[in-house]
Design a protein around this ligand. Structure first.
Ligand code: BGC
Length: 762
């Protein structure tokens, strides 16, 4: 066991901690996500979000607008809690084991990131004095995506007797809701109707259907009992629940184990989801469980070989960073039918919707650690390009594609357009990620097949949105930038900078590929002419990027600096996040930012401004940013690194790395914050290590922030494996595999070979 690969927490079954642990110890593999709820259940009134999810499994529900203005979104998709297959109720000689009710002597939870499972161990004493140790090991399999296993072991410590287990499979479950928090759904119906359910040769199965989306979900469970004595098993259906009752003799000082296998499938991926789950179960039960654990471990060892971050000087930080990376892998889709939800597959916050989070914060991580997965993620956006074209039309554009601000299927789901559909910068994030993936991989096939079309259609939207003013500047009106405390503005610096880049790269890459037959065919299909390409270049060249002479900074938008400044230091602590305590209009009238906006633009496009302007801007926005969004501190960290503000870089980074493990935003119970997790990786790689990928190639400029002694990480770039290590006395970039590579350090170019790394001593 390597150190720093295990997250260990006390499980004291405290109601305040319970649903936090449900998130932190959830099991996911990019397809299925099972919250770490207690198999035995909790007493009534305990806060719990008992959820099981499948990537992209959704229902369509009405979202009535109070005033039906033209073309507002009136329906939304919402993620489905698909069923409950994790319930296992245990009684020992008639006494119920429900640890949340008390009787625990010692309990803890572990996430083993090398082995890919979670384990909860509870030493418990029954009211009559019988002591047992129950250990529950759970795994969502990375290689058999439909499979989830529970290894439920009971060790009798001071008695011999009988364990009775009721293992349940319930198809009729409800979604979670909280009408007080806009980041959660406000109603909790049961969306799925049961089509059929029952037992077949001891295997429980259910087939359910979401009526509006038409999606069918199948689930099945079965068991293997490992015990010295003879156990018996009986199945029954009670109150809609499929129950397998297992009676197992337990002997003092020995352990009995129930292996519960569950499989899930859906009609988007499979023609016959029921047949699929039956097959997956049968295959899994024929394979020794140790074989399944072994394969899980091998998968993860390959993942960490490509990505493992080492940080010396702060073990907790290292563990937190790896936890974040593990969670990103667990959230990453295995096909183009789904994206990455803001909370991954760990909870129902934001109803399972995908935002710009994926492309701006997460794709960079996969691009450097698993480019094939990054391609997968981008292919979801390609698969939904037509829907983005329709969305653009709905909003009034004649041309181009406008990706939805929040979605599951590619159709817009944001109910409040000022901080939803108006966030046109989602197009900026997608085009940025497409280009970053391409620069880092040189995957021409991707560009010709998918990338270029996305770049052109997103660029067209800017052409259709922007206007030239009398001074010949290209302006973009009525959009919302990343900062959601300022909405519907003109010339949001961030948006305009993204648009400029989008227009430039679309035109540049089109010209580069235009002689290729596939691209000529694409141009014909899109009716793309040379004059339109020229228009793109002109708009990029004349894009207006606001600058304020007096302050020497880039204003967030045209009217931003004319508003009064919100005094964050005088705002009572309990008023944060502001969005839960102030009417949006009130917030919009102040200079107060929910998250990094111009500061992110500076990080992404540093060549647009002088260092002095960026530093002054950083200092300016620092004072008025609340970081109420989890997408913020990581960006402040990386921009601080870029500007050489080393202390700030570390302090913002610390906040970001442990955000979920320390529950810093007090809402990790609703799911992890995947964008921040990706941003935390970027804060090290792009921030501390100064790794940048541009059309000029790869450059690095590492430093080690105070408080750490060194760090290192492997990464993939243009088919090569490399490893960057930095210590307080210098840095090194090694080429592990692949051809020699030119790398730039502070303007000078070096060639890295397998024999000769790039080194820097200070
Ligand atoms: C942030 C958005 C983000 C969304 C989902 C909001 O709080 O302001 O930028 O996309 O959360 O993570």
């Amino acid at each position: 066991m390597q150190t720093g690969m295990r997250i260990v927490r006390k499980e004291n079954y405290d109601p305040k901690e319970l649903n936090l642990n449900e998130t932190l110890f959830s099991n996911a593999n990019g397809y299925i996500g099972i919250r770490g709820t207690l198999e035995e259940g909790v007493p009534d009134g305990f806060p719990t979000m008992r959820g099981q999810y499948l990537a992209g499994a959704y229902e369509i529900i009405p979202m009535k607008q109070a005033e039906s203005l033209c073309n507002l979104v009136e329906k939304k998709q919402t993620m489905l809690n698909i069923c409950d297959t994790q319930t296992i109720r245990l009684t020992i000689d008639g006494e119920e084991f429900m640890p949340a009710k008390g009787g625990n002597i010692r309990a803890e939870r572990i996430l083993d990131m090398e082995a890919g499972y979670t384990e909860r161990t509870t030493h418990w004493k029954s009211p009559s004095g019988k002591e047992i140790r129950v250990s529950v090991k759970r795994m969502a399999h990375f290689m058999v995506k439909e499979l989830f296993t529970i290894e439920y072991s009971i060790e009798a410590l001071n008695f011999s007797g009988e364990a009775v287990i009721d293992s349940c499979h319930t198809a009729q479950v409800a979604n979670f809701s909280d009408s007080e928090d806009p980041r959660l759904a406000d109603e909790s119906p049961c969306y799925l109707k049961t089509v059929e359910q029952g037992f077949w040769k001891g295997t429980s199965y259910s087939v359910t259907r979401a009526e509006n989306s038409g999606m069918t979900i199948a689930a099945a469970t079965d068991h293997i009992v490992i015990s010295e004595g003879r156990s018996d098993s009986m199945v029954r259906e009670e109150g809609g629940c499929l129950i397998t009752r297992l009676r197992i003799p337990v002997r003092k000082n020995s352990t009995v184990t129930v292996l519960k296998y569950a499989a899930f499938s859906d009609s988007v991926r499979e023609k016959d989801p029921k047949a699929k789950v039956m097959q997956v179960l049968s295959d899994a039960m024929h394979e020794d469980i140790s074989g399944l654990y072994e394969r899980q471990k091998e998968y993860l060892s390959r993942f960490f070989e490509r990505s493992k971050m080492m940080i010396e000087g702060d073990d907790e930080l290292e563990e937190a960073v790896r936890f974040n990376m593990y969670q990103l892998l667990a959230a990453a889709p295995c096909d183009s039918h789904s994206g990455i939800a803001a909370k991954g597959l760990t909870g129902e916050g934001y109803e399972g919707h995908y935002f710009w989070d994926t492309e701006m914060y997460i794709v960079p991580f996969f691009t450097l650690t698993d480019p094939a997965l990054a391609r997968n993620i981008l292919s979801f956006r390609y698969a939904t390009l037509d829907k983005a074209r329709s969305n653009a039309k709905l909003v009034g554009h004649k041309k181009g594609a406008l990706y939805p601000w929040r979605t599951i299927t590619g159709v817009e789901c944001s109910g409040y357009f000022p901080s939803g559909t108006a966030a046109y910068h989602i197009n900026g994030a997608i085009s940025y990620a497409v280009n970053l993936y391409y620069l880092a991989t040189g995957d021409d096939g991707f560009m010709k097949e998918m990338g270029l079309e996305m770049l052109i259609e997103t660029a067209r939207l800017w052409l259709d949105t922007g206007v030239y003013d009398r001074k010949g500047r290209f302006l973009i009106h009525e959009v919302t930038g990343p900062d959601e405390y300022t909405c519907m503005v003109s010339n949001n610096y961030y948006t305009n900078a993204c648009a400029k880049y989008n227009l430039e790269t679309a035109a540049g890459l089109y010209e580069r590929f235009s002689s290729e037959p596939e691209v000529a065919a694409l141009a014909a299909r899109l009716s793309l002419s040379d004059s339109e390409i020229a228009e793109m270049k002109a708009a990029a060249e004349h894009m207006y990027l606001p600058y304020d002479e007096e302050y020497g900074i880039n204003p967030q938008d045209d009217s931003f600096l004319d508003k009064p400044v919100w005094d964050i230091s005088k705002t009572p602590k309990e008023d944060f996040p502001l969005l839960l305590h102030y009417h949006p209009l009130h917030l919009y009238r102040y200079q107060v930012c929910k998250q990094a906006d111009t500061v992110l633009a500076h990080f992404l496009f540093p060549s647009l401004q002088s260092k002095e302007t960026m530093e002054k801007s950083f200092r300016y926005y620092e004072k008025i940013t609340t970081h109420d969004s989890s997408l913020s501190t990581c960006v402040f960290s990386m921009t601080a690194s870029m500007l050489g503000l080393k202390e700030e870089a570390l302090s913002y980074f610390g906040d970001s790395a442990k955000l979920d493990l320390m529950n810093r935003h007090e809402n990790t119970k609703d799911g992890v914050h995947t964008a921040n997790m990706g941003g935390c990786y970027m804060a090290i790689v792009n921030g501390f290590a100064g790794l940048r990928i541009t059309s000029a190639g790869l450059s690095v400029d590492p430093f080690v922030p105070k408080g750490l002694s060194s760090y290192s990480f492997p990464f993939t770039y243009r088919g090569r494996q490399l490893k960057l290590s930095a210590g307080t006395d210098g840095a090194e970039l090694e080429l592990i595999s692949g051809d020699d590579l030119a790398v730039t350090f502070r303007g000078d170019e070096y060639t890295v070979t397998k024999e000769k790394p790039w080194t820097y001593r200070q």
